[in-house]
Design a protein around this ligand. Structure first.
Ligand SMILES: Cc1cc2nc3c(=O)[nH]c(=O)nc-3n(C[C@H](O)[C@H](O)[C@H](O)COP(=O)(O)O)c2cc1C
Length: 306
């Protein structure tokens, strides 16, 4: 990576788990830091797979930051304590998740419309000693100026950085990026601000750095999942793409204990983002596969055609 910009790999629930992160780093490398998809409390407990995914021994990348979903202070503190107990001292707070069942329960980007609740959350979290927080956020839930009531609250937790995806929650992952509001955050916030959104090439990284020379870094999500060699095009070989796939298939075969249907579903969901420019016919064959045997043939044909 020849860029002088700090590059971070974004968390993407369902894809960038520890298996993906470790394999991505080993085969392609490129990002300076990897972020874990958000940990959450469900039915009164932290999800077991979130705990396993965050354990330092399951993460072999040189720099890994786990994330918690912004939520009720009592749930957030449980997650922070669990992460601290594992040995983490840097934790990211997700104020960006736009998924309505989450956001409508005052979590993720849904919390951005309730500064009072954000304040309570930050105050509770600031009481834990020895933890450095960072924040990943959107501009708001249903209005792109909602961040303005949140920005003053950052002083409570003194975050090491604020990653901004300049959309509102209601936009989900589509629609125009609001670069005017992003520029305002950048000038008004006295913490390092990182840009996140729709970066898919090295040229775009350079372009963004030129438009916003004061950003502290760039975070990339789908661009790195679609093409894991995005930051190092010379590593974009069929062998490397195949190796990433095989490492994931092996890991999920073990994790799902041989359950063929579950494994097939898991791998097909990976292909919803992976290598969208591969031959359409091969991608279609993967999506249509009804057994792992058929899936494996379709995958071999796809890698052969690259
Ligand atoms: C399926 C999916 C799952 C995501 N899961 C998370 C998550 O767990 N935590 C988080 O902070 N962001 C999550 N994101 C948002 C990404 O980290 C990133 O902010 C977003 O995709 C925009 O960046 P990009 O255009 O580079 O992909 C998710 C995005 C997608 C599409």
């Amino acid at each position: 990576m020849t860029q002088d910009t700090t590059i971070m790999c974004a968390p993407v629930q369902g894809i960038t788990d520890c298996h993906w992160r470790n394999a991505h780093y080993d085969i392609f490398g490129g990002p300076d830091r990897y972020y874990g998809p958000f940990m959450r409390v469900e039915h009164g407990d932290i999800r077991k797979r979130d705990i396993a995914d965050s354990r330092p021994e399951n993460n072999t990348v040189p720099s890994f930051t786990p994330q918690i979903l912004a939520c009720r202070p009592q749930d957030a503190i449980r997650m922070v304590n669990a992460l601290v107990e594992m040995g983490h001292n840097t934790i990211d707070i997700n104020l960006g998740c736009p998924f309505p069942p989450i956001a409508l329960h005052h979590k993720g980007s849904g919390l951005l419309q309730y500064p009072d609740e954000v304040e309570k959350l930050f105050k509770t979290l600031s009481e834990v000693e020895g933890v450095n927080y960072s924040v990943k956020m959107r501009l708001g839930w249903d209005e792109p100026k909602q961040w303005r009531d949140i920005v003053a609250l950052f002083d409570i937790i003194n975050p090491s950085q604020i990653v901004v995806h300049p959309r509102i929650g209601r936009q989900q992952y589509k629609g125009v990026l609001n670069l005017d509001e992003f520029a305002d955050i950048l000038s008004m916030c006295h913490y390092p601000v990182v840009f996140n959104g729709e970066i898919r090439t090295l040229e775009e990284i350079t372009r963004f750095k030129q438009i916003f020379p004061d950003i502290a870094g760039i975070m990339i999500g789908r661009g790195l999942i679609e093409d894991p060699a995005m930051l190092c095009p010379e590593k974009g070989t069929a062998d490397n793409y195949c190796e990433l796939h095989n490492r994931l298939r092996d890991a999920y075969t073990q994790q799902l204990n041989g359950g063929e249907h579950q494994l097939l579903m898991k791998m097909k969901s990976f292909w919803e983002m992976y290598l969208p420019n591969a031959p359409h016919k091969s991608l279609k064959a993967i999506k249509k596969a009804t057994s792992m045997a058929k899936y494996n043939i379709a995958v071999s044909e796809l890698f052969y055609s690259l």
